[in-house]
Design a protein around this ligand. Structure first.
Ligand SMILES: Cc1cc2nc3c(=O)[nH]c(=O)nc-3n(C[C@H](O)[C@H](O)[C@H](O)COP(=O)(O)OP(=O)(O)OC[C@H]3O[C@@H](n4cnc5c(N)ncnc54)[C@H](O)[C@@H]3O)c2cc1C
Length: 509
């Protein structure tokens, strides 16, 4: 069964590489293509949108990407002692086919694998420490949690199988006008229910034990989303998939995918902050009125504006995130959608770990744990503590013991105090802190997710983050919006919001 699924997934990936240019090849010529497209945001979402919009609309359209900060957005690195380390989005699932495809297409490669070892900390001591022996881990898990662990893998695998359907739909050019419709096409009512109830409710209803949720699932949601098992079931399943084997990252840094996509799409980067988008009307050649979008921005040389046929907003429209004013729209578009983004502080410390902080009696020279996850417990002020590898692995590099000075990354909801640092480390020679508004604060039951379509030809990519925030989710949304923008431009309604695609396309692979 698993093998059969794997081969379908392999076929999908192969298909994705071959049929990447589908839209461009089949674009009808009845209407003139758009002349100018703006993308607001140069993270993985915005740069993937540039890549896919180029595929859909061809070489003539001018694509401009506005970026207020650094290309990569939440994919970022920090230099410590001459080496770069990931501070934002760091791991990619082996079945994230868009990310795989980008890396392949851009001539990048996955980072060399360095072995890792996991432990769970309750604020006083380690409640679990992974053994180097696979069989020992299995026996321990069976002993403590019965079949919960194996069933969890099967449950996540079942969700992933449905999730993978999106690649087939996109390969055949289908797009969706809302997050709900996209989720429904992948996993039917089951996926909509997942978004509308907590992971805890979902897993308890599936028969998982509360102890298993507290001891095993919570540490995973804390490290991956900085939140408890009260996040929605869909993002919870994505978090659990993030604890699978075979996770990877990009050699040289994940943000290289963004600069690569920007270059490959021949989009122009405009280093400026967009302040407003308004709708304007002007007479067209035929005498009728034509609508277009005016984008106002502030760059190094001051304030300016440009006009576009299509605009994609590829940054969260939430308090403290983007601050874009929309004017001239009916109904009005808010500057900020409801809901807030959750703070995760990433602190990178080059120092010597105090292993006794973890309540272990193992000598530092024998302590090889690389990733410490934590329980939802008042005594745990941190969400995780991980020994980091540089984004480019030097030759001969291997996981070192805690007796060696190295780079550790701590995720915490609040900045670490001097006291925290003194408890966790014996000594350090550098500390750098990055405060992220990392992901939505997920609190189901859900209000409706924000729309993909803000106005006729104005699209919102990050609406998808309210189902789940991850690099691949932004890439999926980018492909969806490129297809949607194309089909709406050329009025190809048969490729939008089709029901029952899974059954209809079953015979196509
Ligand atoms: C600490 C952390 C760890 C994570 N770990 C993982 C992980 O392991 N795996 C994973 O898949 N995902 C992870 N994620 C999530 C992942 O990084 C994000 O989902 C993804 O990078 C979002 O990409 P994006 O392009 O949609 O948004 P962003 O990366 O936020 O890009 C938006 C861009 O828009 C720019 N911008 C904002 N406002 C304006 C404006 N007004 N004008 C012009 N430009 C503007 C910003 O500067 C930014 O560059 C993590 C995130 C964080 C913060």
């Amino acid at each position: 069964m698993a093998l059969r699924h794997l081969s379908v997934k392999a076929l999908l990936f192969f298909g994705l590489c071959l049929v990447g240019r589908r839209g461009f090849a089949s674009a009808p010529e009845l209407r003139e293509p758009p002349k100018k497209i703006a993308i607001i945001g140069g993270g993985i979402g915005g740069t993937a949108a540039a890549f896919f919009l180029r595929q859909e609309f061809g070489p003539a359209v001018k694509i401009e990407v506005f970026e207020a900060g650094t290309v990569g957005g939440r994919l970022a690195t920090e230099n410590i002692g001459g080496y770069e380390y990931e501070t934002g989005g760091s791991i990619i699932h082996p079945l994230n086919l868009h990310m795989k495809h980008f890396v392949d297409r851009l001539g990048l490669s996955p980072r060399a694998d360095v072995s890792s070892k996991l432990a769970i900390f309750d604020g006083k001591e380690l409640t679990f420490e992974e053994s180097d022996w696979f069989i020992v881990n299995v026996i321990r898990m069976l002993w403590r949690y019965g079949f919960n662990f194996i069933r969890m893998h099967m449950w996540v695998e079942g969700i992933l199988d449905k999730f993978m359907r999106i690649y087939q739909y996109q390969q055949f050019g289908y797009s969706f006008s809302s997050v709900e419709k996209l989720l429904h096409a992948m996993g039917g009512d089951g996926f909509l229910s997942l978004v509308n109830q907590t992971l805890e409710e979902t897993m308890l209803a599936e028969g998982f034990s509360q102890v298993f949720l507290n001891d095993v699932v919570t540490p995973v949601t804390r490290v991956n989303y900085g939140q408890s098992v009260r996040i929605n079931g869909f993002v919870g399943a994505i978090a659990l998939a993030g604890a699978d084997s075979g996770l990877w990252a990009v050699d040289g840094g994940n943000k290289m995918v963004c600069s690569g996509l920007l270059y490959h799409s021949k989009a122009e980067l405009i280093p400026a902050r967009v302040t407003a988008i308004s709708m304007k009307t002007r007479p067209s050649k035929t005498g009728s009125a034509a609508n277009f979008y005016e984008v106002n921005y502030v760059g190094e040389s001051g304030a300016a504006h440009s006009t576009y046929d299509i605009v994609v907003v590829a940054t969260p429209l939430h308090q403290g995130m983007s601050d874009i004013n929309f004017s001239g729209f009916s109904p009005p578009i808010p500057t900020h959608f409801p809901g807030r983004f959750h703070q995760t502080v990433a602190t990178l410390v080059h120092g010597l770990l105090n292993v006794s902080y973890l309540g272990t009696t193992v000598k530092p020279e024998d302590f090889y744990v690389s990733d410490v996850l934590t329980l939802d417990n008042k005594a745990c002020e941190i969400h995780s503590l991980s020994s980091l590898n540089p984004v480019k692995i030097p030759k001969g590099y291997s996981r070192s013991a805690a007796s060696q000075q190295k780079v550790w990354k701590i995720f915490s909801p609040q900045p670490l105090s001097q006291k925290n640092l003194q408890e966790i480390f014996l000594s350090w020679d550098s500390v750098s802190e990055r405060r992220w508004l990392a992901y939505p604060s997920y609190s189901p039951p859900h209000r409706r997710t924000p729309p993909f379509i803000l106005h006729d030809r104005l699209y919102y990519l990050n609406a998808v983050e309210w189902a789940a925030s991850a690099m691949e989710m932004s890439a999926i949304s980018a492909r969806n919006l490129a297809l949607l923008a194309h089909h709406r431009w050329y009025e190809q309604t048969a490729k939008i919001d089709q029901e029952d695609l899974h059954t209809r396309l079953r015979g196509e692979l």
